[in-house]
Design a protein around this ligand. Sequence first.
Ligand SMILES: [Zn+2]
Length: 299
Amino acid sequence: MLDPQLVKALSKVYKDPNYERDCDKDVRIYTKPDSLSKKHNELLATSNFAINQVTQYRHDALVKQLRHVVRHDGLETIVANLLVKAVGSGFHRGIQPILSYYFVKHLPQHGFESFSYMDHDVAHHCKTCGLKEVAWTNDCEDMFHLYIGYLNLESHPFLLSDLEDVLTFQPHDFEATKQDKSVFLNVITAIEQAPPDETLPALGKRLSKEKLLPKSNNSTRLRVLWCLAELGILKNKLVPGFSIMDDFYSYAERYHWTVQMHDGFLARADPVFPASMWRGRLGVNRDYLDRIMNRASLD
Ligand SMILES: [Zn+2]
């Protein structure tokens, strides 16, 4: 697990204007800024963390690697604990792994087939999983983004780094405490008490006002809610019964639902499927919640 102090040092590196874009590969290449403090320079030097590692991914090989890594015993327990810890104590690294895990758990074996919508190729994504046939990434930048809580609700090569990284975690790195579980359950209870017409942004504001999510800001609160909707804990009115815990949804299906969802929103709104299709009256699905809480109980 990356040291929090190292993550702080990296936050001074991975930002404007410290990069140049490699347009052929569509990745950013970073240079350490001269303004970096001596302490942060030393931390970077002793950590062996490279600033840039540009890697090429190929769809078929990556699908095979993903389907292999997800078979590790204990991974489901790690990701459940991490989510509870993320909600319970603001551990931002903990949200993405559960999304990566269930997406990959149900990912079928398949070959690349380009998705097209209304006879146009859509950015060369696979119609089953959404990965590109060939893609380049800066793995080090992706790893930093995982540690500051970025989420990817569609498939991306960093799902592999994400799962491989959490498999190196020790129990004290990922184990959710009783306090984390209690905070998580309080958040769920607050969601159940929503007024019938409450929307997702209004729910985020209410959770903020009630100070239920420790160390959160507007972005991290929304990411928690996006994650709960993917898991099916927050229900949505467009696809009843939706949950990545039990089913695989193809890139093509999600694309069509997203187009349908946009029809109901103003042009300037930026809805996120499926979370933005939640309303207070739909409440939560406690079955999915119980499964995660049971998984997170190691003792
Ligand atoms: Zn695919």
